[in-house]
Design a protein around this ligand. Sequence first.
Ligand code: AHR
Length: 519
Amino acid sequence: MLYLKRLLAATGFTLVAATPTFAQTVRLTVQPGDPKLQISKDIYGHFAEHLGRCVYDGFWVDPGLNVPKQGRIRMDIVEALRKIKVANLRWPGGCYADAYHWRDGVGPTAQRPRTINTWWGDATEDNSFGTHEFLELCKLLGTEPYLAANVGSGTVQEMANWMEYLNSNADTPLTQQRKQNGHPEPYGVTMWGIGNESWGCGGNMTADYYTDIYKRYATFAHNYPGSPKLKRIVSGANGDDAYWTETCMKKIPLDQMWGLTLHQYTLPTGSWTGSKGAATGFDEAQYFNTMKNCLKMEAVVTKHAAIMDKYDKDKKVALLVDEWGVWTDVEPGTNPGFLYQQNSLRDALVAGTTLNIFNNHCDRVRGANLAQAVNVLQALILTDKEKMLLTPTYHVFDLYQVHQNAQYLPLQFQSPEYTLNGDKLPALNASASKDASGAVHISLVNLDTKKTLQLETALPGVSWKTVSGRILTSANVNDYNTFDKPGKVKLAAFNGAKKRGGNLAVELPPQSVVVLELK
Ligand code: AHR
C-alpha cells in the first residue's frame, strides 16, 4: 500500500522507486569505544545572522504581529527550538559580524542609529535587536551565546570594550552602562569568534597576515575575575584550504586558541558561480550530485584534523564547523540578498549525513553551526507573517539531540553503493552513542532512493532488551513542508528494527533518517 501511494505521488515525476529492492545485508558492529570520548553538545549549535529574515521578521518581530511574544521575541520559534536543545547560538554573523559595531545596538532603542546592512541586500538596520536582546533570546532558548567579534572593520579596543561591558564585575563606565541598560550582573559570555571568514568578507586577508592580527586581538581578549574563562576562536579555513589551517596552527600558540573554525557548504551544483541549484523541484541526478557534494565534508574534516594533529597531538584545540548546510538559489521572487530557500527531504538527508560525520570525528570536531536557524539558507524554521513551519532539517535535529554529550561508540561496516548513471556513492552512513542512563542511540541514513538496506548489527558488550525508533522519510526526496501543508514531511514511529538473539536487525527504508534507541 505504501508503495502504491508512493507511485501515485510520483505521477509526472520520476524520483520515486517503482518497486522496492533490497541491497545485500550490511553487517554492522557497534564498538565499545573510549569511555572518555564524548560527542560534544556544541556540534548541535545554530546560527542567527542579521541577514534577510533570520533576526528581523524571524526571531524578532513587529510588535503588531499576532503571535506569542516576549517583548518582540517570537515565542513559538523559541518553544520549537527549546525542544531540540540548541547547544549554542552564533551571532551577529557571518559577514555581518565584521561590519557590526556593538555600541549601535545597546541603550534606549529610540536612540540607536539606523545603519545599512551592506552585506545583505543593503537592508536598513534599526539596531533594535542588539546585545541585550540577543542574550535575552539565548536565555529563553536555554542556549549558550557564541559571539563573533568585528576584526574586519572594528578595532581591538572596540572588541575589548565589548568583553568588558559583558563580562566584568568591576565598577567602570562600561559596566555602569550595562547596569543602566538593565543587566546588573556580568553575562559571562565565553565563546568568542575573533573575526569571520577573514580570508573573504572579513577583510580579504592572507593567512599569514590574519594570524598576526589574531594574536593581537586575542592578547586583549581579557578574562575578567569571576567570569568563566574565554574560549577564543580563530577564524578558520574556507573548505579544503589546507594552507590556512596549517598557518594558523603553526603560528598561533596553542594556549591562545580554544578553537579553530571551518566553513563548508553543500551546493547542489557544486559551483559558486551561476546557479547553485534549486531548493525544490530537482530531479534524481541533482539529488545525487548534492549528496556527493555533501559527503565531501568527510574528506575536508579529515584533512584539517590531520593538519591540526601535527601541531596539537593532544587534540586540545577544537575544530568548529561553524557554518555548514545546503546553499541553493533563493526562492523565485524573493530578495537575492536575503538567502531565503525552501527545505526538502534532501536537506534532511544532508543534515543527518553531516551530523553523522561530525559525530564520527568528535575527537576533533567539537562544535558546529548550521547556517541558519530561521528563514535563511538551510533553515530549521520558516515563517510567513503569523505562520510558521518546521522544516525536515528541524526534525533531524530533533532526532539527533540524543547524541549531545553522550559517549561516542565507533561503528564498523561496509556500506552498499547507491548507483546512478554509472556513478556511485555510499548509501549508508551512521553514528552511535551511549547516554548517561546507558541507553544506546544509533542514527542511520539511507541515501538510496530505491533500495531498502538490511542491517544485521552486533553490539558486543552492550546489554539491552528493547529497541524503539523514529523515522523521517517521504515519498519523494524533493518533498517539503509548506505553510498550507506543514506536516507533509514529519517524524513517525519506526517499527523496522527487531531484536534477533543478541543482535539488532533493521530494515532501513530508502531515503530515510532513522534514530534507534536500545535500552
Ligand atoms: O551564512 C551566510 C554567509 O556565508 C555568512 O555570512 C558568511 O560567513 C558565509 O560566507
